[in-house]
Design a protein around this ligand. Structure first.
Ligand code: PMP
Ligand code: GLU
Length: 400
């Protein structure tokens, strides 16, 4: 190594790669090598993007809508987002308060960059989506983990939250429905969090990307309670999960106009606008017939029911019934200390590696979610794949 390599960005050298994307890459490599691998790693709907959305993109190309757009997104898409926020969440935003980004991942980094100064703390309830702590660090903040327990349905109590708040707390990330636990905060719980945030002047980053994937009841946005909490909230949402549009890379934020302006300015230098064609497709997604969303949710619900029942039939492992999103956290702590397929299992990573080697089944080990007793299983894949996968997990554990 040259001397220059000792002098690279200390901050960015400390950022780890996404473990969910790493598992997916490993799974895809096995598939490419002709292995009969089953992937439950990455959280990506297996459905094709609905036809009317694809047609809107094709039309955009044919119409020559292939040039730069305003950095923060087209007015047409921003208006469609405002209408969505009004209809679904009873929230009034103007286009100046909306920023369209290259996926919700990008929205989150932009939002954190807009509000954080070096050393500001961001509270992240655990188990958390793997990217949150790294995003906070990218934005010069300090992630502060707020642990929860399975006994409390992976939710924190208001007292737990109060205990983590310090003079440096700038924001808290709320992800309901949650990746990876599928947990949902009730309206009353969200109200309590909102009141505390207003009292303390803390921002809420409300990641609502799984809003449409709730199996019982309706989503409530924390921003909708009153003007004070709305002013402190940055809603993050997008089309990836609701409309099976992961590859199109469209996410968005709704915030106060000052924060939106900062985000828009950052984006204008970093990436310019999100893809013009994808923006046209996102308009069709938001304004078009929503029955595709209902159909996908109904299918996810069938899978959720199957997964929860089948996992809990296997003696050594268990999972809670997820209320939303398309993940379950499988508790594998009883397996620790045992030997499976000749491998001593002392961690979730050991378990996932041994399972992948022996049975070609990809799960994500819990360490990246700050949940070392668990593996995450995504059920965004067909029932027949899920059936085969869980049967293989049973064989792996019970030598059948
Ligand atoms: N938030 C959560 C909780 C997620 O699981 C994901 C999944 N990638 C994202 C944000 C980012 O979504 P996008 O594909 O729009 O970047
Ligand atoms: N959010 C999804 C997941 O958790 C997609 C992968 C990623 O963006 O990291 O698996």
């Amino acid at each position: 190594m040259s001397n220059a390599s000792n002098n690279l960005s200390t901050k960015n050298m400390a950022i780890s790669g996404s473990p969910t994307l790493a598992i997916d890459a490993k799974f895809k490599e096995l598939k490419a090598n002709g292995e009969d691998a089953l992937g439950f790693g990455v959280g990506e709907p297996d459905f094709d993007t609905p036809l009317h959305i694809k047609q809107a993109a094709i039309k955009a190309i044919n119409d020559g809508f292939t040039k730069y757009t305003p950095a923060s997104g087209t007015l047409t898409l921003k208006k469609a987002i405002c209408a969505k926020l009004k209809n679904d969440n009873n929230l009034d935003y103007t286009p100046a308060e909306i920023v369209v980004n290259n996926g919700a991942k990008h929205s989150l980094v932009n939002a954190l960059s807009a509000i954080l100064n070096p050393g500001d703390e961001v509270i992240i309830p655990a188990p958390f989506w793997v990217s949150y702590p790294e995003m906070v660090k990218i934005a010069d903040g300090v992630p502060v983990v707020l642990p929860t327990t399975e006994e409390n349905n992976f939710k924190f109590t208001l007292q737990d939250l109060k205990n983590k708040i310090s003079a440096k707390t700038k924001a808290i990330i709320i992800n309901s429905p949650s990746n990876p636990t599928g947990m949902i905060y009730t309206e009353d719980e969200l109200r309590d969090i909102a009141d505390l945030a207003v009292e303390k002047g803390i921002y809420i980053i409300s990641d609502e990307i799984y809003e449409k994937l709730i199996y019982n009841g309706k989503h409530v946005s924390i921003a909708s309670f009153n003007d004070q909490i709305k002013d402190l909230t940055i809603i993050v949402n997008g089309v990836s999960k609701s409309y099976a549009m992961t590859g199109w890379r469209i996410g968005y934020t709704a915030s106060n106009a000052q924060i939106a302006k900062i985000m828009s300015n950052i984006q204008s230098h970093m990436t310019s606008n999100p893809c013009s064609i994808s923006q046209a497709a996102a308009v069709a997604a938001l304004e078009g017939d929503q029955s595709c969303v209902d159909e996908m949710r109904a299918e996810f619900l069938k899978r959720r029911n199957y997964v929860v029942e089948a996992i809990n039939k296997i003696p050594q492992i268990s999972c809670l019934n997820a209320d939303g999103a398309f993940y379950v956290m499988i508790n594998i702590s009883k397996v620790f200390g045992t030997t499976l397929n000749g491998v001593k299992i002392n961690s979730a990573t050991d378990f996932c590696n041994a399972l992948l080697d022996a049975k070609k089944v990809a799960l994500v080990p819990g360490e990246g979610f700050d949940a070392p007793n668990y593996c995450r299983m995504s059920y965004a894949t067909s029932i027949s794949t899920i059936e085969k996968g869980i049967a293989r997990i049973d064989e792996f554990l019970n030598g059948r």
